[in-house]
Design a protein around this ligand. Structure first.
Ligand code: XIL
Length: 405
């Protein structure tokens, strides 16, 4: 298995030309109607951001990694390949994408016996048209809040354990077999650990199956059998903040359990939804805790990947220049530690442009100002956050290939 090894052929000429203003890639994943509509002129900052985007890509590659981002399957004016400026930025800076929502159960499995891959297929096609790799997110989001209602209320019948196992296996086999080696890495299971007490969260499926670890282990074993080429990731949002200590402890227990039971998990996915602090001393304290956590994870033989990086500025001042600086200081501190591991693979942000970020609605600022949580602003201009990403990727510890560990 090879993972995260900057396998792209570098900055491809086509993406570069597109980034410099050509419209060749516009509407690549769009409909005929979109193709016939002349696109509006590029966003004001789109051309100015090209040098930074190129630097991010080159910096990641110089250390054996890829940079990437979440992408959606929407139309023009969303974080999607159908939005020319977004697509250009993504394909210049990045070599790997992940679907923001389109591979989740809500999207691909509208009912017990139904599958619908239309939206996710558009993302995979858009990525492949730009020679970008695709991560799979997620084969099991182990949280009732984020599963479709039909799963949460499903009647598993008279033999619930058998029926629940069959449903999970069918789901994972259907998705992984459809995409084969076109998907090199899967967030097999997402968010099993309850942050407040470190326990494991029950779901309708785990109750039917008679155990949470049985459910999660079955997901990984099924994925390994159906997609033996793929990196299998357990993905969660335990942060480096002091308030996440209990969550981190719960994650370590879960990871120990995987090893004890021989569950095939390769990698811990660090979602990396950071909350920036205005206090530099806190950053230093968090670095210490974070390093201890990652050391413990790596000591168990896991690899690492940054799967969903963004930085909430909800605790920072309104002033944009100070806010961007403080946010960048937090991210620099986080990446200094996180990228100091040779087993750290690719680095993906959860979006590239502020206005499309889920944090605008999920974590709104109390003063009503928009979050500045992504590397590029609403006019697609590179912010300090993009600078930090380029610098820290360039200074990172080189990747040690999976086969060499
Ligand atoms: C979020 C999406 O960004 C939103 O659009 C959606 O409404 C909810 O999910 N952790 C994850 C991601 O693993 O799937 C989440 O994405 C963000 C938190």
């Amino acid at each position: 298995m090879t993972m995260g090894a900057g396998s792209g052929a570098g900055i491809d000429r086509r993406a570069l030309i597109a980034g410099l203003g050509a419209t060749a890639l516009a509407g690549c994943a769009g409909t005929q109607a979109q193709l016939n509509t002349p696109p509006p002129p590029p966003a004001p900052g789109a051309l100015n951001s090209v040098p930074t985007a190129l630097e991010i890509s080159a910096a990641a590659r110089s250390r054996g990694r890829r940079f990437g981002s979440a992408v959606a399957a929407g139309a023009f004016g969303t974080a999607s390949f159908a939005d020319r400026d977004y697509a250009n930025l993504l394909s210049i800076a990045g070599r790997v994408v992940v679907a923001e929502n389109e591979m989740k159960w809500q999207a691909v499995r509208p009912g017990p016996g139904q599958f619908d891959f239309a939206a996710f297929d558009r993302i995979v096609a858009g990525a492949e048209a730009r020679s970008m790799a695709v991560r799979g997110h997620t084969l099991l989001w182990h949280r009732p809040r984020w599963m479709p209602d039909w799963v949460n209320t499903h009647d598993y019948g008279v033999r619930p354990a058998t029926a629940a196992a069959a449903m999970l296996v069918e789901h994972i086999e259907t998705v992984t077999r459809r995409y084969g080696t076109r998907i090199h890495s899967y967030d097999v299971v997402n968010e099993v650990v309850e942050p407040s007490d470190g326990s494991l969260v029950p779901t309708s499926m785990s109750q039917a199956m008679g155990g949470i670890t049985d459910t999660v282990d079955l997901a990984f074993r099924t994925a390994r059998a159906a997609a033996p080429h793929a990196e299998l990731v357990y993905n969660d949002y335990m942060g480096w903040e002091a308030s996440s200590a209990t969550h981190r402890a719960g994650i370590l227990r879960l990871l120990e359990g995987f090893r004890a039971r021989g569950t095939p998990v390769d990698t811990l996915g660090l979602q990396s939804h950071l909350t920036a602090t205005a206090d530099p001393r806190e950053i230093v304290a968090q670095q210490r805790e974070w390093r201890a956590f990652l050391d413990a994870v790596v000591a168990m033989g896991y690899r690492l990947i940054i799967t969903e990086l963004d930085v909430s500025d909800e605790q920072l001042v309104a002033d944009v220049a100070r806010r961007d600086q403080q946010l960048a200081d937090n991210l620099a501190g986080y990446l200094d530690v996180s990228l100091d591991y040779g087993v750290m693979g690719d680095v993906l942000t959860w979006g590239l442009v502020d206005r499309y970020s889920w944090l605008q609605s999920f974590r709104p600022r109390s003063d009503g100002l928009p979050q500045r949580c992504c590397p590029f602003d609403d006019m697609y201009r590179a912010k300090r956050m993009a600078r930090v990403i380029a610098d820290k990727l360039g200074a990172a510890r080189p990747v040690v290939a999976a086969s060499a560990t």
